[in-house]
Design a protein around this ligand. Structure first.
Ligand code: PLP
Length: 424
């Protein structure tokens, strides 16, 4: 999005602020849609950006949705997703969440252990329901080059490959459950099309082997995804043309065998990351022991991944100062928090800026607000705004101070009832 547009939005809605470019989201969805066989489904992984309005956009685009908690399931339903377009994946679903998913009648609960399957069976039995589940497997392979591996190594996700046949036999004997699918999610932020295809082909082969050996009638096969975006200097873009071409060649070998199976991929980052910009205003500029700092009104409380949280490599998100290009200087960009870790740009080269200027962090549409410790130090959650063809629409209002005590109870009331004397 152009700087002028971003600046106008910042003036109108204040900072800090997330802005999402609808054209870019639609274009990313189109690229992914177009690179897959027509019969495939796409599931939006709403963990990347769980805004109600964003979910509604993906519903309009024709996507299904992958949820990871009862909060996300509630939001997906509120966004108008039909239950049969929702799948639920999480290694730690509790009873309340499972009961909610069972009552709602979603497409598939992706089961990550035999213990979870037994619990679903019991809960479904109490409700007189038969529940569709898929088995999430941790196979012996991963997706090469992925930044975060979820398979091929010990993780809390899925049923270990070595135990899969025994698990399928046990789960198959449960009377209130029907195994309808297989789910494997190998990792995230993969930037090599060939590696994604290799891992997806391994998933297909394993699923065919299991369905044959264990007499599974596969209605669904969820190949995961891990489609990445280039965030950093040396990252190259995922070549979606190559993906389309090579995937369709690979798929030709399996299409027939899987003709009765609905195949899905899931994606959050690829669909959302590049559509979002985080805007924060520079409050102060200062020097300290030879280092120059820009102190901004937003920081790691709202954009933790820009502050390297949860990342091994401390490389800076792409960022720039709105409407400025001259006289680059090396600065550290700090947020307003009282912790030295609140650095959202480290030794970054930026055009000379002054207080009042606005810093834009690009590629911030996925895992921005949603992955940040928003309550830390009680700065209001940022507003989030959608930009559509010259128009803006607020998706989440900025929090007010009063929001921090919402739902809390005053301890004074307790002591008014019981008296301070209980402490002698
Ligand atoms: C099971 C599962 N599905 C989908 C995703 C979304 O991944 P991405 O945002 O990289 O597309 C994740 C992310 O961790 C995940 O764990």
């Amino acid at each position: 999005m152009e700087d002028k547009i971003l600046e106008n939005i910042a003036v109108r809605y204040g900072t800090p602020l997330y802005v999402y470019d609808t054209d870019k989201i639609i274009s990313q969805y189109g690229i992914l849609r177009d690179s897959l066989p027509e019969e495939f489904g796409i599931l939006y992984s709403m963990k990347a950006n769980p805004l109600l309005g964003m979910c509604q956009l993906f519903r309009k685009l024709g996507s299904g949705i992958e949820v990871a908690s009862s909060g996300e399931l509630y939001t997906a339903l509120a966004a108008g997703f039909a239950p049969d377009s929702i799948v639920f994946t999480s290694p730690g679903k509790n009873c309340e969440e499972l009961e909610y998913a069972i009552e709602t009648g979603i497409c598939s609960i992706n089961v990550e252990s035999v213990e979870e399957a037994a619990l679903i069976d019991e809960l479904a039995g109490q409700k007189g329901r038969k529940v569709n589940i898929s088995i999430r497997i941790n196979p012996d392979f991963d997706v090469a080059g992925s930044n975060i591996k979820m398979t091929g190594v010990p993780t809390q996700f899925g049923i270990d490959r070595i135990e899969t046949e025994a698990a399928l036999e046990f789960i198959g004997s449960l009377s209130n459950i029907k195994i309808v699918g297989i789910h494997i999610y190998t990792g995230t932020q993969a930037l090599n099309a060939h590696n994604i295809i290799l891992s997806m082909e391994q998933i297909i082969k394993l699923s065919l082997e299991l369905s044959e050996n264990c007499s599974l009638e596969l209605k669904f096969l969820n190949l995961g995804g891990g489609f990445g975006v280039p965030y950093f200097k040396d990252d190259s873009s995922l070549d979606m043309d190559a993906f389309k071409n090579d995937f369709s060649l690979m798929w030709e070998g399996y299409r027939e065998k899987l003709s009765g199976t609905k195949v899905f991929v899931e994606s959050g980052r690829f669909l959302m990351a590049e559509a979002g910009t985080y805007l924060t205003r520079i409050l102060y500029k200062k020097e300290c022991k030879g280092r120059r700092y820009l102190v901004c009104d937003g920081g790691s409380n709202q954009h933790a991944s820009s502050a390297f949280l949860g990342r091994y490599i401390r490389n800076n998100f792409p960022m720039h100062i709105l409407n400025k290009t001259q006289n680059e200087e090396q600065v550290n960009v700090a947020g307003p928090l009282c912790t030295p870790t609140d650095i959202i740009g480290q030794n970054v080269l930026l055009p000379e800026a002054v207080p009042g200027d606005i810093l834009a962090i690009d590629k911030s549409g996925a895992y921005g607000s949603t992955q940040s410790p928003g309550l830390f130090l009680s700065h209001p959650l940022a507003a989030e705004v959608q930009y559509c063809k010259g128009k803006t629409y607020i998706l989440r209002e900025r929090w007010g101070r009063e929001d921090f005590i919402k739902g809390q109870k005053e301890l004074d009331e307790f002591f008014n009832t019981y008296g301070w004397e209980i402490y002698g």
